[in-house]
Ligand binder design. Structure first.
Ligand SMILES: [Zn+2]
Length: 143
């Protein structure tokens, strides 16, 4: 699997709540088993009913660009070889009200538009401290 942003890219720190998102290789969303509410990022309680019967489910892995920024100035030295790149907010199909942040890859920075359909791709990395295999969701144009 590819590394879209390179080996120097800063990796997420895993927690019990974010491990499905960063390791499953699917777009995995937390749903409330009591009321059906979908929420992202995951938390200990349901934001709709305050229940604590929560579970993770994979959804289709597609979504829509709601907003984005084209980055031309690298904010970290690890990113200087990757500008311009796109950071986007993606509304996730099958998870009403859930948005995710990610990069839109496999296209030019000028090829991203609000309303564009995207699908998940996964950036593979290994956490050097825990040796956990990460599959970090990114997005690419779906059409
Ligand atoms: Zn609920």
């Amino acid at each position: 699997m590819p590394r879209y942003l390179g080996d120097d890219f800063i990796l997420p720190q895993l927690t019990p709540n974010n491990t499905p998102w960063y390791t499953s290789g699917e777009i995995t969303i937390q749903f409330c088993d009591d009321c059906g509410h979908a929420q992202h990022p995951p938390d200990e309680i349901c934001y709709a009913c305050h229940g604590s019967n929560l579970s993770f489910r994979a959804v289709d892995g597609t979504g829509t660009v709601e907003s984005f920024a084209r980055v031309h100035h690298p904010l970290h030295p690890a990113l200087k070889e990757h500008v311009p790149y796109v950071i986007a907010i993606i509304s996730i199909d099958g998870a009403p009200g859930c948005n995710a942040q990610g990069n839109v890859v496999n296209c030019g920075a000028n090829d991203v538009a609000i309303g564009q359909k995207v699908r998940a791709v996964f950036e593979e990395a290994v956490d050097p401290q825990t040796e956990t295999r990460l599959l970090i969701p990114q997005w690419e144009p779906a059409e």
